[in-house]
Write a protein that binds this ligand. Structure first.
Ligand code: SAH
Ligand code: SF4
Length: 387
């Protein structure tokens, strides 16, 4: 049942013969137990009559996806690899996938970075995910499950104990206060699932992460930007990365379909954008490619009139990538120009580098490490072969 919407819970209750007149009340009870209290067993649902709890347990479960591995960085960043089936009653063999998510604790917040797809259909030239084929879209349930698993593990439900290592709990706040769709995949190519997942994650009777604290990042799927604002109402982040179409065509090939002017027009019209709810522009700093003072000035010019924040991301190199990260002095000079034009321009501090938790490296690195570990074990004579 984990990850079900209210409508799906109602269906599930009808299937165990809960009478129509009780459905609303029962849905609301289950909702609070599942998403408010994080229960993993029907037994603890004290206001649900015992026979009904029994019927529910016979037919359903509140099982979580398995945490396959957990790594904790020296800076407190935590990376999990979790195994998901497709959430259907009879999971289709081969549909089970592994995705990574990352938890980034800061002094005033805790951010969970979730995935919306396994792999990506797009091929941004600086992104490691872009070198992997799309395996499949995640379902809404699988997206919600990422948040629930993180909160389980962080002790972020009533009665659970937080881990003692790694976590810097924001004083007086919840462990997961913010969510960013900046893991694997292009969320706007899986918008229906993202919409349903956000509805569950932001519901005030349950998981309660406000839509203003959820950010969806896109490489620029222009036709889906307005629907995102209208139907999902999260914060918007745009992976801009270049200020000229010829360069952006190369870095973010989707630009050939939806060039910069068209993309910025959609941002200008983003429903709900205001000075209090700015659009974030992500800009990855690539040495000698997009990092000149002229680029910075052009960026400021382009964003005129859009309530914007600019997030400078030091490029995170991966084996085989053709780019390098800009020098620190270059990043600072770029950031100064943007700042002097009146924009907040924080440089995103690289986090979790020791556990390979950085942008564009999710999942693939774990697979590579596994392959490497296998190779090493295979090469060592007399070692037992791994399962
Ligand atoms: N597909 C969406 C969301 C996932 S990528 C998008 O492209 O926006 C999340 C962010 O990480 C994007 O801004 C992406 O451009 C950035 N990113 C990808 N690979 C990176 C790398 N190697 N170094 C720094 N940032 C990277
Ligand atoms: Fe896909 Fe985003 Fe990576 Fe581009 S940057 S390949 S859209 S995940």
């Amino acid at each position: 049942m984990l990850g079900l919407s209210r409508g799906e819970l109602a269906e599930a209750l009808r299937a165990v013969e809960v009478p129509d007149r009780e459905i609303r009340m029962r849905v609301s009870q289950l909702w609070q137990w599942i998403y408010g209290h994080g229960l993993t067993q029907f037994d603890g649902m004290l206001n649900v009559a015992k026979p009904l709890r029994g019927r529910l347990a016979e037919r359903y479960s509140l099982a979580r996806p398995t945490i396959v591995s957990e790594q904790v960085s020296i800076d407190g960043t935590r990376k999990w690899l979790i195994r998901l089936d497709d959430g259907s009653a009879r999971p289709v063999p081969g549909r089970s996938v592994e995705v990574e998510m990352v938890y980034i604790p800061e002094s005033d917040r805790g951010t969970l970075c979730v995935s919306s797809q396994v792999g990506c259909t797009l091929t941004c030239s600086f992104c490691h995910t872009g070198t992997q084929k799309l395996v499949r879209n995640l379902t809404a349930r699988e997206i919600v499950a990422q948040l629930v698993v993180a909160r389980d593990r962080l002790g972020d439900f009533p009665g659970l104990t937080p881990p003692t290592d790694g976590l810097v709990p924001p004083p007086g706040t919840r462990a997961v206060s913010n969510i960013v769709f900046m893991g694997m995949g292009e969320p706007l190519y899986n918008l229906d699932a993202v919409r349903d997942a956000v509805a569950t994650m932001s519901d005030g009777d349950g998981l309660s992460v406000s839509r203003r604290r959820i950010t969806v990042s896109t490489s620029g799927v222009v036709p889906q930007i307005d629907p995102l604002g209208r139907d999902v109402s999260t914060m918007l982040a745009i992976s801009l990365h270049a200020v000229r179409d010829d360069l952006r065509d190369e870095l973010v090939p989707l630009n050939k379909k939806y060039p910069i002017a068209m993309l910025l027009e959609a941002c200008r019209a983003y429903p709900g954008a205001s000075n209090a709810r700015r659009v974030t522009f992500e800009y990855v700093m690539l040495k000698g490619v997009n990092d000149s003072p002229g680029d910075a000035r052009e960026l400021v010019r382009l964003l005129k009139g859009i309530p914007a924040k600019i997030n400078l991301i030091p490029f995170n190199p991966w084996p085989g990538s053709r780019y390098a990260c800009s020098d620190w002095a270059t990043i600072e000079a770029f950031s100064d120009i943007v700042f002097n034009a009146g924009y907040a321009s924080p440089v995103r501090t690289p986090r979790g580098r020791d556990i390979l938790a950085a942008c564009g490296q999710l999942k693939s690195e774990t697979e590579k490490l596994r392959a490497r570990a296998r190779l090493m074990t295979d090469a060592a004579p007399g070692e037992p072969t791994p399962a």
